[in-house]
Design a protein around this ligand. Structure first.
Ligand SMILES: NC(=O)c1ccc[n+]([C@@H]2O[C@H](COP(=O)([O-])OP(=O)(O)OC[C@H]3O[C@@H](n4cnc5c(N)ncnc54)[C@H](O)[C@@H]3O)[C@@H](O)[C@H]2O)c1
Length: 357
């Protein structure tokens, strides 16, 4: 059901994430109108507009930004282009929803932050796990019942079986010979590519649940095509943490967390996102002696994150998605993780991290 007041959105990029998540999410969202889409690959754009009807199509991003009917853009393009395209949108007076990670260099993201603040517009990052009902329940339990958090263990381990599983459940993903790609091949450096692509979820979920990470000390191993990071961290409020990022484990998708507090504990199991299934969470409250295990049937976190983005703009609702500060902190954590490996596992403070991945 559509509301009367809707956010008119233009999507930049007709690639995999838009096809698998954003087009459908805009059409299903109660408060969004899929008004326009843009891709320089004209054949792909035409095909997408046939599947997901919208008012306007553009091959030129600047022209889409000149369309005064558009309130906000969704940026679903390669990481290396995020900041440049987000800046342009803000300068054109459009709110921005940009895919994760926010960018690839800390400096470019700090620069973007200034523009976000000057503009007074909303910028939200596509860390959709914040809109997983199970994870949201865990967050509330942590805020209200767990006492003081002491310890976090979190893991994000992609599975070698993932491509087959995704292929089975995702829509057919179309491409074109004319798509715009970053110079070189950023995917060739798997270490950076996996940190940006997957590590950005691991750190953002951890931050969402227990607060800001302060430093990292990393152990890393690469064998054949398997990359594994074990990251010892300190978070604010003296929380100690161990994070495991492994791409890819020889088992099913393996993602989740254990969190210990002085008055309770939480465990969570998160599924491959393309199953659209909320995390299974168990919260143990020591004083009641009860374990609660919520059932959250709406696992369409891609739609939910866009509805929330639209509510922030249309209704001045509180921002629960990742904002520019969250995006910068995550990038700092990822760069610090990368640098720590290079320095033999040295402790790196996020505030000292700089440069790009
Ligand atoms: N949140 C998630 O679960 C999730 C999952 C997958 C990918 N992602 C993110 O989504 C982003 C996009 O990934 P993808 O695999 O869809 O990318 P992609 O390269 O498959 O698609 C990008 C499309 O955008 C177009 N494009 C790029 N710049 C353009 C410009 N300036 N003007 C016009 N067209 C332009 C390209 O032609 C291409 O068709 C990445 O940042 C990735 O990290 C997020």
């Amino acid at each position: 059901m559509k509301n009367d007041n809707m956010l008119r959105v233009g999507i930049l990029g007709c690639g995999a994430i838009s096809q698998a998540a954003h087009f459908e999410s805009c059409i299903k969202a109660e408060n969004i109108e899929l008004y326009a889409m843009c891709d320089q690959a004209e054949d792909l754009l035409k095909r997408m507009a046939e599947i997901y009807p919208c008012e306007k199509t553009y091959t030129d991003y600047d022209r889409m930004l000149n369309d005064e009917n558009i309130d906000a853009v969704i940026i679903g393009i390669a990481d290396q282009f995020h900041v440049e395209c987000a800046k342009k949108a803000l300068k054109a007076g459009k709110h921005v929803f940009v895919e994760k990670p926010l960018g690839v260099s800390i400096e470019e993201c700090e620069e973007l932050k200034k523009i976000v603040h000057e503009s007074g517009l909303v910028l939200q990052i596509g860390n959709m796990k914040r809109f997983d009902g199970g994870i949201q329940y865990a967050k509330k339990f942590i805020e209200n019942e767990i006492g003081e958090v002491t310890t976090l263990k979190a893991w994000y381990c992609d599975s070698t079986g993932r491509y087959q599983m995704c292929d089975n459940v995702m829509p057919v993903i179309y491409t074109s010979k004319k798509i715009k790609r970053p110079a070189g091949n950023p995917k060739a450096d798997r270490e950076k590519y996996y940190l940006l692509g997957h590590g950005s979820h691991l750190f953002d979920t951890a931050k969402f649940l227990v607060g800001n990470p302060l430093n990292v000390q990393t152990k890393f191993i690469k064998k054949e095509n398997m990359y594994s990071w074990l990251i010892a961290c300190e978070f604010e409020n003296e929380i100690i943490a161990n994070l495991d990022l492994t791409i890819a484990v020889r088992m099913d998708w393996h993602e989740g967390f254990n969190i210990y507090g002085t008055k309770g504990s939480v465990t969570g199991k998160t599924y491959n996102p393309w199953f659209f299934k909320s995390s299974e969470v168990e919260c143990w409250n020591e004083s009641t002696g009860l374990v609660t295990r919520p059932f959250e049937p709406d696992g369409h976190f891609y739609r939910r994150q866009l509805e929330s983005f639209a509510d922030v703009i249309l209704k001045n609702a509180p921002m629960t998605g990742a904002d520019v500060d969250d995006g910068i902190l995550t990038l700092r954590a990822l760069k610090a993780t990368y640098d720590s490996v290079r320095m033999g596992g040295k402790k790196i403070w996020l505030k000292d991290a700089g440069g790009s991945l």
